[in-house]
Design a protein around this ligand. Structure first.
Ligand SMILES: [Fe+2]
Length: 163
Protein backbone atom coordinates (compact mmCIF):
# COMPACT_ATOMS: atom_id res chain seq x y z
CA UNK A 1 0.00 0.00 0.00
CA UNK A 2 1.37 3.42 -0.91
CA UNK A 3 1.46 6.40 1.46
CA UNK A 4 -1.13 8.03 -0.84
CA UNK A 5 -3.56 5.18 -0.39
CA UNK A 6 -3.02 5.15 3.40
CA UNK A 7 -3.75 8.86 3.41
CA UNK A 8 -6.94 8.35 1.35
CA UNK A 9 -8.01 5.58 3.73
CA UNK A 10 -7.31 7.83 6.69
CA UNK A 11 -9.31 10.74 5.25
CA UNK A 12 -12.28 8.43 4.66
CA UNK A 13 -11.93 7.02 8.18
CA UNK A 14 -12.02 10.53 9.61
CA UNK A 15 -15.26 11.38 7.76
CA UNK A 16 -16.85 8.17 9.02
CA UNK A 17 -15.71 8.91 12.55
CA UNK A 18 -17.11 12.42 12.25
CA UNK A 19 -20.47 10.87 11.31
CA UNK A 20 -20.17 8.36 14.17
CA UNK A 21 -19.41 11.00 16.82
CA UNK A 22 -22.43 13.04 15.70
CA UNK A 23 -24.68 9.98 15.96
CA UNK A 24 -23.20 8.99 19.31
CA UNK A 25 -23.72 12.48 20.75
CA UNK A 26 -27.48 12.13 20.14
CA UNK A 27 -27.49 8.51 21.30
CA UNK A 28 -25.74 9.44 24.56
CA UNK A 29 -28.50 11.95 25.31
CA UNK A 30 -31.07 9.20 24.85
CA UNK A 31 -29.05 6.72 26.93
CA UNK A 32 -28.62 9.21 29.78
CA UNK A 33 -32.39 9.91 29.87
CA UNK A 34 -33.44 6.32 29.47
CA UNK A 35 -31.08 4.57 31.89
CA UNK A 36 -32.35 4.43 35.48
CA UNK A 37 -29.07 3.24 37.04
CA UNK A 38 -27.50 6.43 38.46
CA UNK A 39 -23.84 5.61 37.83
CA UNK A 40 -24.43 4.57 34.22
CA UNK A 41 -26.75 7.48 33.47
CA UNK A 42 -24.16 9.89 34.87
CA UNK A 43 -21.41 8.26 32.80
CA UNK A 44 -23.53 8.70 29.66
CA UNK A 45 -24.29 12.35 30.32
CA UNK A 46 -20.66 13.15 31.23
CA UNK A 47 -19.46 11.48 28.06
CA UNK A 48 -22.07 13.35 26.04
CA UNK A 49 -20.43 16.63 27.09
CA UNK A 50 -17.04 15.20 26.24
CA UNK A 51 -18.30 14.09 22.82
CA UNK A 52 -19.08 17.73 21.91
CA UNK A 53 -15.42 18.52 22.59
CA UNK A 54 -14.35 15.52 20.55
CA UNK A 55 -16.41 16.73 17.59
CA UNK A 56 -14.66 20.14 17.80
CA UNK A 57 -11.32 18.36 18.07
CA UNK A 58 -12.08 16.33 14.92
CA UNK A 59 -12.84 19.60 13.14
CA UNK A 60 -9.36 20.77 14.17
CA UNK A 61 -7.94 17.57 12.68
CA UNK A 62 -9.72 18.30 9.38
CA UNK A 63 -8.41 21.85 9.44
CA UNK A 64 -4.85 20.69 10.12
CA UNK A 65 -5.16 18.36 7.12
CA UNK A 66 -6.78 20.91 4.80
CA UNK A 67 -9.96 18.86 4.52
CA UNK A 68 -13.64 19.87 4.86
CA UNK A 69 -15.61 17.92 7.45
CA UNK A 70 -18.28 15.99 5.53
CA UNK A 71 -19.82 13.23 7.63
CA UNK A 72 -19.83 9.92 5.76
CA UNK A 73 -22.42 7.35 6.84
CA UNK A 74 -20.97 4.29 8.53
CA UNK A 75 -23.34 1.31 8.16
CA UNK A 76 -22.11 -0.42 11.34
CA UNK A 77 -22.81 2.68 13.45
CA UNK A 78 -26.23 3.16 11.88
CA UNK A 79 -27.09 -0.49 12.60
CA UNK A 80 -26.10 -0.14 16.28
CA UNK A 81 -28.30 2.95 16.67
CA UNK A 82 -31.26 1.41 14.80
CA UNK A 83 -31.06 -1.77 16.82
CA UNK A 84 -31.04 0.21 20.06
CA UNK A 85 -34.11 2.15 18.99
CA UNK A 86 -35.98 -1.06 18.29
CA UNK A 87 -34.88 -2.71 21.55
CA UNK A 88 -35.79 0.36 23.61
CA UNK A 89 -39.25 0.33 22.03
CA UNK A 90 -39.86 -3.21 23.24
CA UNK A 91 -38.06 -3.33 26.63
CA UNK A 92 -37.72 -1.33 29.82
CA UNK A 93 -36.37 -1.39 33.39
CA UNK A 94 -33.27 -3.41 34.31
CA UNK A 95 -33.15 -5.21 30.95
CA UNK A 96 -33.00 -1.94 29.03
CA UNK A 97 -30.49 -0.52 31.53
CA UNK A 98 -28.15 -3.45 30.99
CA UNK A 99 -28.60 -3.34 27.22
CA UNK A 100 -27.73 0.37 27.25
CA UNK A 101 -24.55 -0.25 29.24
CA UNK A 102 -23.42 -2.91 26.79
CA UNK A 103 -24.18 -0.57 23.89
CA UNK A 104 -22.09 2.11 25.64
CA UNK A 105 -19.21 -0.36 25.87
CA UNK A 106 -19.57 -1.36 22.21
CA UNK A 107 -19.54 2.28 21.14
CA UNK A 108 -16.37 2.98 23.12
CA UNK A 109 -14.63 -0.09 21.69
CA UNK A 110 -15.56 1.07 18.20
CA UNK A 111 -14.19 4.53 18.89
CA UNK A 112 -11.00 3.24 20.51
CA UNK A 113 -10.32 1.11 17.40
CA UNK A 114 -11.04 4.03 15.06
CA UNK A 115 -9.05 6.68 16.95
CA UNK A 116 -6.17 4.27 17.56
CA UNK A 117 -5.87 3.37 13.86
CA UNK A 118 -6.25 6.95 12.67
CA UNK A 119 -3.72 8.31 15.19
CA UNK A 120 -1.18 5.71 14.09
CA UNK A 121 -1.76 6.46 10.39
CA UNK A 122 -1.56 10.23 10.94
CA UNK A 123 1.69 9.86 12.83
CA UNK A 124 3.30 7.62 10.18
CA UNK A 125 2.28 9.95 7.35
CA UNK A 126 3.63 12.95 9.25
CA UNK A 127 0.41 14.73 10.21
CA UNK A 128 1.69 15.35 13.73
CA UNK A 129 -0.92 17.87 14.84
CA UNK A 130 -3.74 15.57 13.69
CA UNK A 131 -2.07 12.64 15.46
CA UNK A 132 -1.88 14.61 18.73
CA UNK A 133 -5.59 15.53 18.62
CA UNK A 134 -6.59 11.96 17.77
CA UNK A 135 -4.49 10.54 20.60
CA UNK A 136 -6.00 12.98 23.08
CA UNK A 137 -9.49 11.78 22.20
CA UNK A 138 -8.32 8.15 22.24
CA UNK A 139 -7.33 8.57 25.90
CA UNK A 140 -10.76 10.04 26.72
CA UNK A 141 -12.52 7.12 25.02
CA UNK A 142 -10.42 4.66 27.03
CA UNK A 143 -11.36 6.43 30.26
CA UNK A 144 -15.05 6.50 29.26
CA UNK A 145 -14.97 2.76 28.55
CA UNK A 146 -13.52 2.15 32.00
CA UNK A 147 -16.24 4.23 33.70
CA UNK A 148 -19.07 2.51 31.81
CA UNK A 149 -17.54 -0.92 32.44
CA UNK A 150 -17.28 -0.23 36.18
CA UNK A 151 -20.94 0.84 36.27
CA UNK A 152 -22.00 -2.30 34.38
CA UNK A 153 -20.00 -4.62 36.63
CA UNK A 154 -21.54 -3.03 39.71
CA UNK A 155 -24.96 -3.37 38.13
CA UNK A 156 -24.40 -7.09 37.46
CA UNK A 157 -23.29 -7.61 41.04
CA UNK A 158 -26.45 -5.90 42.37
CA UNK A 159 -28.62 -7.99 40.04
CA UNK A 160 -27.11 -11.22 41.34
CA UNK A 161 -27.33 -10.07 44.99
CA UNK A 162 -31.00 -9.13 44.42
CA UNK A 163 -32.00 -12.58 43.13
FE1 LIG B 1 -16.21 9.87 21.28
Amino acid sequence: MTTDSIEALMRQGLQELYYAEGQFADALDTLADQTTDDAASQAFSDHREETEEQLRRLEQVFEAMGEDPQPMEDAAVKAMIDEHEQFAGENEGDVLDRYNMELGQKVEHYEIAAYGSLASQAEKIGHDEAADHLTETLREEEAALETITEASEQFDEQMIAGD
